[in-house]
Ligand binder design. Structure first.
Ligand code: K2U
Ligand code: NI
Length: 184
């Protein structure tokens, strides 16, 4: 199982690289890696397991964060209507998005960043994602709110982008004009 020792931290060059597409159909090794990502996110949200293994709670994780430069992400997050969005995906791609922006009012964090970085992160309010599931079947999901934000944070990791790259350093806590605030 993945623990915090397996998660690389900012400064590690892999966090600034572009990850490679995963060949389809997925190999058993790639399926195991993807499974370990979703297992981490679920474990980290189980207080007993998180405490036992010292896991930092996460709602998403991308393969580059465990030094695997392949396009794989896991997301396990409940939206503000209480609907669970749980995905383990290969080669996710934002195929369309709203013009409208949104941002998490609490700002964002990252399992690979051991410090608070205050500031609002502009994201698309709604995204349509195409990807392959763990068995190599095509998936298409339309997301808004917190799940949309998490997917954008994780897909950024596949392109070597960190959440704070999007923050307006001149005025980090300036609410983003014409954007929808999203509460956790
Ligand atoms: O990719 C990661 O490092 C996991 C991130 C995911 C994230 C997505 C969107 C906005 C913030 C973070 C976090 O560490 S998960 C921790 C967390 C948990 C609940 C709400 C926000 C952040
Ligand atoms: Ni992150």
């Amino acid at each position: 199982m993945i623990t915090m020792n397996d998660i690389i931290r900012e400064g590690h060059p892999a966090l600034r690289k572009v990850a490679a597409e995963v060949a389809m159909p997925p190999s058993s090794e790639d399926k195991e890696i993807l499974n370990s990502l979703i297992e981490y996110v679920k474990n980290s949200q189980d207080s007993e397991t998180a405490q036992k293994y010292g896991l930092r709670s996460g709602i998403g994780l991308a393969a580059p964060q465990i030094n695997v430069l392949k396009r794989m992400i896991a997301v396990h997050v409940t939206d503000n209507k209480g609907q669970l969005h749980s995905y383990a995906l290969f080669n996710p791609k934002i195929v369309s998005h709203s013009v409208e922006k949104a941002y998490l009012t609490s700002g964002e964090g990252c399992l690979s960043v051991d410090r608070q970085v205050p500031g609002f992160v502009p994201r698309y309010a709604r995204v349509t994602i195409k990807a392959m599931d763990i068995d190599g079947n095509p998936v298409k999901v339309r997301l808004k709110g917190m799940p949309a934000i998490v997917f954008q944070h994780e897909i950024d990791h596949l392109n070597g982008i960190m959440f704070y790259d999007h923050i307006d350093q001149g005025n980090p806590l300036q609410p983003i004009p014409d954007a929808t605030p999203v509460d956790r």
